[in-house]
Design a protein around this ligand. Structure first.
Ligand code: G3I
Length: 346
């Protein structure tokens, strides 16, 4: 596919991104030398993550921002947000060419007022497509996808630091999910989506995001091979999101190694939708493993939990860091301790 993008522009973007990566690595290296004594230990998740140049975020549902405890917990504990649903295709383009950004704008404004970063989720996904998309075929779907990416990424340019450009395109066995996108557009659709996002917002980090990639397995290896191919051909991809929807006690023996092998390809890695079904010490231990794995990989830029409180989780197995009364759980303490230890060398 011909590059729709003037080379000079992409060269400038690559240079800017390379500079940022070097700076981030430098910050991480310097931060790692910082002695974090108990007296210096941060008291919130976001502040602690920032000590190693990272973010710690939460997925946000606009309908809860008016609830004081929700807003206070979100604004106090986290330094990054992502819209749980408000920036998805069905929410942002309910009718062809008619964009509605009110929900996403509300989250962006709320976060910017508090100096918080904003992740974008998600430009193209087989789920939560508006009805008018689901029947499209061939170039009609291709044009609709590119137009959607362009409209949304244009709108949020400069406000979103990273986009989940494509979400959940692979099956457990490493084959492509046979979605309307795959069937109608063929194997090139993911590359086309990334190139459209790069043209629309050259400042944002462009990520591929998926679940079930919590170690070295058939699915994560298929994604690894795609990223390696993209990097070899200069397809604009900057990061991979590991959703990490887990259960207490899951086997995470290759979790860190998997993150590291992606980082070694030259992309950032992000934990994008972390939640751990369960409770008590078992849940806390799994959160601890994920947190320490991210801290051990220099290009792991941050962690997002998929919600603020168990009360509003999409799951019914108390998977988050705050309970239904916004009380800190054992898992919260485990994560904060890991974050506070993560930047220290002694
Ligand atoms: O907005 C409608 C509302 O108008 C209607 O009254 C209500 C009842 O039918 O439904 C509302 O839509 C719901 C939407 O969340 C917004 O609340 C959908 O039914 C519901 O299915 C949807 O669930 C979301 C789910 O993605 C959709 O697949 C969850 O909140 C959200 O946490 C979940 O998040 C996904 C990530 O985007 C991708 N990774 C997996 C993760 C968990 O499934």
């Amino acid at each position: 596919m011909t590059d729709p993008h003037p080379r000079t522009h992409r060269v400038r973007r690559r240079l800017a991104l390379a500079t940022a990566a070097v700076a981030a690595a430098g910050i991480a290296a310097v931060s790692a030398l910082v002695f974090t004594s108990p007296a210096q230990a941060a008291t919130t998740l976001g502040a602690s993550a920032a000590q190693t140049g990272r973010y710690f975020g939460a997925a946000v549902a606009t309908q809860h921002l008016g609830e004081a405890a929700y807003a206070n917990t979100l604004g106090t504990e986290f330094n990054s947000v992502v819209a749980e649903n408000a920036m998805k295709w069905d929410a942002t383009e309910p009718n062809p060419g008619q964009f509605t950004f009110s929900g996403g704008d509300q989250i962006v404004s709320w976060a910017q007022a508090r100096g918080m970063k904003v992740r974008g989720h998600t430009l193209v996904w087989h789920a939560q497509q508006p009805g008018w998309v689901q029947g499209l075929t061939g170039n009609n779907l291709r044009n609709a996808m590119v137009n959607h990416i362009t409209g949304v990424a244009n709108h949020y340019e400069g406000k979103v630091f990273a986009w989940d450009v494509v979400n959940e395109a692979f099956e457990w066995d490493g084959s492509r999910r046979q979605s309307n996108l795959q069937i109608q557009l063929g194997n090139g659709w993911i590359e086309e989506a990334f190139r459209a996002a790069d043209a629309a917002d050259p400042t944002a980090r462009l990520c591929y995001n998926d679940y079930g990639t919590d170690g070295i397995n058939s699915k994560s290896t298929a994604i690894y091979n795609m990223v390696r191919d993209f990097k070899s051909r200069g397809v604009p991809i900057d990061c991979v999101g590991f959703q990490s929807h887990l259960s207490a006690g899951d086997n995470l023996s290759s979790y860190q190694a998997n993150l590291q092998r992606f980082a070694d390809l030259g992309v950032d890695v992000e934990i994008t939708e972390l939640d751990v079904g369960g409770s008590g010490s078992g849940q806390a231990a799994t959160f601890d493993t994920v947190t320490r794995s991210c801290l051990a990989v220099a290009r792991c830029t941050g962690i997002t939990v998929w919600g603020v409180t168990d009360k509003y989780s999409w799951r019914n197995d108390t998977p988050l860091l705050f309970d239904g009364n916004y009380q800190k759980k054992q898992a919260y303490t485990s994560v904060l301790n890991a974050l506070n230890e993560g930047g220290s060398t002694c």
